[in-house]
Design a protein around this ligand. Sequence first.
Ligand code: PRP
Ligand code: URA
Length: 209
Amino acid sequence: MDGVIVVEHPLVQHKLTLMRNAKRSTKGFRQLLNEIGMLLCYEVTRDLPLELIEIETPLARMMAPQIAGKKLVFAPILRAGAGFLDGMLDLVPSARVAHIGLYRDPATLQAVQYYFKAPADLADRLVIVMDPMLATANSACAAVKGLKDRGAKEIRFVCLLAAPEGIAKLRREHTDVRLWTAAIDDHLNDHGYIVPGLGDAGDRMFGTK
Ligand code: PRP
Ligand code: URA
């Protein structure tokens, strides 16, 4: 599928299976999300451009690679996206963070914004939006639009589970945004939940249900 990368790494797949299990504890769910966040971060940054800089080792001078350009921006969609953040920051500690507060209205499934705080210079940075669940994609599209309205030009989206309906909408509305996911599930149910899915990611992560 064009612009969609399914991360098939065995560690990611194994941890995702553990998370899907309805018996997994809140603590276990949160820990696994953090660990998968780190692994997905590795994949989504795989093709970042490098530049050569001159350094001096204890033995000699050499030209060595470093990541080119300005620091990345990690943009978690609250609440559940926050579960990815620590794992990603462990790998890229100098990244900037844009917090995007959205919730889904349960009746309309539309995304309702309650918070948006992003670095001012988004135009010069790669922005990685993160949310475990891409269901209708209303939240993802609202987040991407909000970032573009604030100047972002290069955006990638990382999730754990995606529904075919959500992938189609995100790719249709934002063809420039590539998407990384650990799995593409079967369908959305009448309440907009991913099936087989893993339930409500925010509730399972924070123990709110
Ligand atoms: C969940 C999830 C996504 C959204 C996905 O958040 O974390 O943000 O639903 O659904 P969509 O693709 O249909 O928009 P929710 O609205 O439940 O908020 P929460 O993270 O605060 O629990
Ligand atoms: N949000 C979730 O947390 N889970 C779903 O299955 C769909 C939206």
